[in-house]
Design a protein around this ligand. Sequence first.
Ligand code: ADP
Ligand code: MG
Length: 702
Amino acid sequence: MPITAKPMSAEKPAPTSAPGTGLSAVQRALRKLGLRRDIDFALYLPMRYEDETRIVRLADTRDGDVAQIEANVVSAELVFRPRRQLVVTVDDGSDTCQLRFFNFYPSQQKQLSVGARVRVRGEVRGGFAGRQMMHPTVKAAGVELPQALTPVYSTIAGLAQPVLRREVRAGLARARLSETVPAESAPAGAWDLQRTLTFLHYPTPDVSMAALEDRSHPAWQRLKADELLAQQLSQLQARRERATQRAPRLIGAPASGSLHDQLLQALPFSLTGAQERVGGEITRDLARDMPMHRLLQGDVGSGKTVVAALAAARCIDAGRQCALMAPTEILAAQHFGKLVDWLDPLLAQRGLRVAWLTGSQKKKERDVMAGAAESGEAALVVGTHAVISEKVRFANLALAIIDEQHRFGVAQRLALRGKATDGLEPHLLMMSATPIPRTLAMSYYADLDVSTLDELPPGRTPIVTKLVSDQRRDEVVARIEAQLALGRQVYWVCPLIEESEAIDLRNATETRDDLASALGEKVGVGLLHSRMPTAQKQAVMQDFSANRLQVLVSTTVIEVGVDVPNASLMVIEHAERFGLSQLHQLRGRVGRGAAASACVLLYAPNEGGRVGEAARARLKAMVETADGFEIARRDLEIRGPGEFLGARQSGAPLLRFADLDADTALLEWARDLAPKMLDHHPALAREHVDRWLGSKAEYLRA
Ligand code: ADP
Ligand code: MG
């Protein structure tokens, strides 16, 4: 939209400070945009430009052109129908044009009186029937034309474009833009930073707009390279800092047979090749005295829990404690149940046990469990965030395992590290079912070693995914009946309605009742909702696990990690409302046994009979692929890296300019240069990181 605002407002003095804050309204608005330091302004780039450098002839303009003309006002009248407006005709000698204003000030009306010569800029509409501009910008004619394009910055309410422009110009002028990239390492022919930023704020009118827009222009290349370098430097710094920390070496097992080997023997299956390989990677890390910082990624159902249990066994074999945390109580309960089944008998022989810590526990039980953690009797502590609450102390924690790591914030990971004893850091194993595409791993998780379970346990049959319109719910009931007749079980997931948990609960309850009456008395239909007390949730889960309930209706509480191999059908209602990774996670609840499994995505078109474009892309991806890596790739494509990462890594500074897909060459350059810079130019490296990440750099180190 062309800027029509009263041009004079820019020159008004800034409003006075709001009481108590010491900041003017403008300053507060600038802070909201993250603009504090001079360099922040210099790096705040325009979202587009306006060309005010030229005056064109009306006769040369075409429908849709944004044009700047100088012309004489030949008529001006106030019209009241169909609504009040100022209609002005101007003539520049080549042709005439009608200008229409619905909102205008008396000063503007005066400026546009008959006989005046004005400079007008706006979008030209219409052709033969006569040209028109709606709400063009009007200035006095004859003022000197600018040499460069005019930047247009993204702004917020309360911060007028001309004010922001002025602030950015001043910040850019003040900012120290000394070179931080060593001359010998800069890409050949690279622009210097001063020239780069001056140009990107005020490009010369001869620039190729395409090169600015697709960011292939040398100035953009330089800027993106700088940004990627800052990110690589800060990640590498974090890694080097970790290398200076010490962790206990977890090696050696008691002569009388190791827990690790006993657990392996007790498992009802043998490990997949991928599980063995990853187990080896973890074992090697644990044997070092540098803290492990490893991400174990594997699609839903790839068997991460066993790998975690084996790592825990290694730790316990070395005489130390392990903590396993999950984001929800249900999930923690599942781990707990399984690990108890596997490990408790073996631990009991050693006078050890598994302890359980959650927020909703009764105080008495909790004290007993915390006591066991503190004395070291609990070799393994399983739970939610409660595990890292301040009150819990460990005798000798050496390994922390975090499931669904993206649900945990940086602060929680830090708190976990604080649980270490004798100045040693615990090893950290994070697990995730949503794989990170390679380019993202390279740039955002450079301080992370990644292990991948790229093989599913044998005997799984692929899940068939079907899209079904909400109007054909009856068919779905028939499908459920068919599965029940085979002795199988069914999940039904109700959508989350964000505004109201109460509505959520009502929907889920209604669905449960509807299904119960449709399926008849013999079928047990259970309900799981996040509002239910934990004990009740666990009871329902146990009933479903033991097949006392055949159908489980739930809100998204079952999203992660629940494991009932006899379940063979997953119905997701209002699937169009869910995110892609979330849908994939939900689907992963079935297909865990040998039975052929299916996932039905019920969708409800909106009033227009349509599903939004992004929603359609998500549903399409679900039907087309069951491969978690492919799903992650498409998710990234649909959402872009900002949102993709935002959901999982709060606090990670995102790339503002570089695009990991398009800029892999620059990323490689930055990866290559970062270690050299830290070694040979540490002061420049510090300056560079500070320039780009400023106060955010601290965050990265977590
Ligand atoms: P996820 O990676 O999603 O956490 P789980 O660890 O819950 O997967 O494993 C999914 C299911 O596969 C569980 O029932 C688990 O016992 C089983 N499983 C794991 N490893 C194997 C294996 N090597 N062979 C057969 N089944 C396995
Ligand atoms: Mg899991």
